[in-house]
Design a protein around this ligand. Structure first.
Ligand SMILES: Cc1ncc(COP(=O)(O)O)c(C=O)c1O
Length: 383
């Protein structure tokens, strides 16, 4: 047997450090604070509603845009939270997860040679999504250690080929969030251009210290050129559900759906039916920020017994810790050392940079049970 000759579309991709760290974690029976998912159970009200939907017979294909009542509930939630009216039929598409929504949005508008501004450290799907469409990622580094955006650098990076700016707030892996000044800078840079915005807001409700989420949905002038992507899996502690949605103005939604209808077409029905009811109670999502903040604060308190120093985090369920004060070892080596010698898996932040920028910082996921966090901190106190 001979495989036909072919040319890979993504020559630079191999096994990622995420896979390496997960296998090391399993091999060393380590506490896995590397991977970004909760180890506590999700809300039984929601699983109960899914059971009910299945028993009630909601088990066949649903509308290509998503279950109608769910889209209506999402529109009501957006109106309540951000004051913006979004049309459930023309502007909301339910997707199998946030990553899929991001991929579909990029695929809908990026042509070969188009440039996409991406801030690093970055969620790992963005660059391959741009490249597989023939687009050119233009990478700008967030400013360490607060991981804010250098808007002057953004200004300098705009060219006639710039087609999109990709934002992520609250941010993975750093926990930084956009503020009002960022929105004004963004507005001044793109006004009068044909640049799209892709806003990855999968950690929408996971925001701390009384900060307000600067959703692009708040700003009608930015919305008219944006795809805004969300994830139910991320916010409702069920990452394995892979369920999310994309909000975009009608013309962009139309393009988005051209990709979606021949890729996935219809997203699983019973979970959408369940969420249509669950989301009607605003406390289900308004309580999430406090819930995660308590975990973050508890983790920080426990980690005070270790030599690792926390960097500021205002959202998501990640916390960066610096070990610059105790070692000059590179991040990958340090992460491997922590998993093999101390039994705690983390992710080196260099994994989120194309050029492997190494600031001696590791990413910890604190969306874990208290006992998980306690054992991890106790192990790390021996460093
Ligand atoms: C920034 C960011 N965007 C998107 C996603 C993916 O969301 P989903 O699991 O719904 O595809 C993640 C998951 O880790 C993420 O961190």
């Amino acid at each position: 047997m001979k495989t036909p000759a072919f040319q890979t579309k993504l020559p630079d991709l191999g096994t990622t450090i995420f896979t390496v760290m997960s296998s090391l974690a399993a091999e060393h029976k380590a506490i896995n604070l590397g991977q970004g998912f909760p180890d506590f159970p999700m809300d039984e009200t929601l699983t109960g509603l899914v059971n009910k939907a299945m028993k009630d017979g909601f088990n066949q294909y649903v509308h290509m845009f998503g279950y109608g009542p769910l889209r209506e509930t999402i529109a009501a939630k957006i109106k309540n939270l951000y004051g913006t009216a979004v049309h459930p039929d023309q502007e909301i598409t339910v997707t199998p997860g946030g990553t899929y929504a991001i991929y579909s949005a990029i695929t809908a508008v990026i042509h070969p040679g188009d440039e996409v501004i991406i801030f690093e450290p970055a969620y790992d799907s963005y660059i391959p999504n741009v490249k597989v469409n023939g687009g050119v990622p233009v990478v700008i580094k967030l400013k360490h250690p607060d991981y804010s955006i250098d808007w002057n650098e953004v200004r300098r990076s705009i060219t006639p080929r710039t087609k999109m700016i990709l934002l992520n707030s609250p941010h993975n892996p750093t926990g930084s969030v956009l503020n009002g000044a960022d929105i004004n800078e963004l507005r001044s840079i793109i006004s009068g251009t044909d640049i799209f915005i892709l806003s990855d807001e999968v950690y929408e409700h996971l925001i701390f210290n009384g900060k307000e989420h600067q959703s692009i949905l708040r700003f009608p002038d930015l919305m008219e050129r944006s795809f805004v992507c969300f994830s139910f899996g991320k916010v409702f502690h069920c990452t394995g559900w892979k369920l999310g949605y994309c909000i975009a103005p009608p013309l962009l939604t139309n393009e988005f759906r051209k990709i979606h209808q021949f890729n996935c077409f219809s997203v699983n029905t019973p979970m959408q039916v369940a969420l249509a009811t669950y989301l009607q109670d605003a406390s289900h999502y308004l309580s999430l920020g406090n819930f995660l903040q308590q975990k973050k604060d508890y983790f920080q308190q426990l980690m005070a017994a270790t030599p690792l120093k926390p960097l500021p985090t205002f959202g998501s369920y990640f916390q960066l810790y610096s070990y610059a004060g105790i070692s000059n070892t590179n991040e990958v080596t340090m992460a491997k050392k922590l998993v093999t010698e101390f039994g705690v898996a983390t992710i080196p932040t260099s994994a989120f940079y194309t050029d492997g920028t190494d600031n001696k910082v590791l990413r910890f996921c604190f969306a874990k049970k208290e006992e998980t966090l306690e054992t991890a901190a106790q192990r790390l106190s021996k460093i």
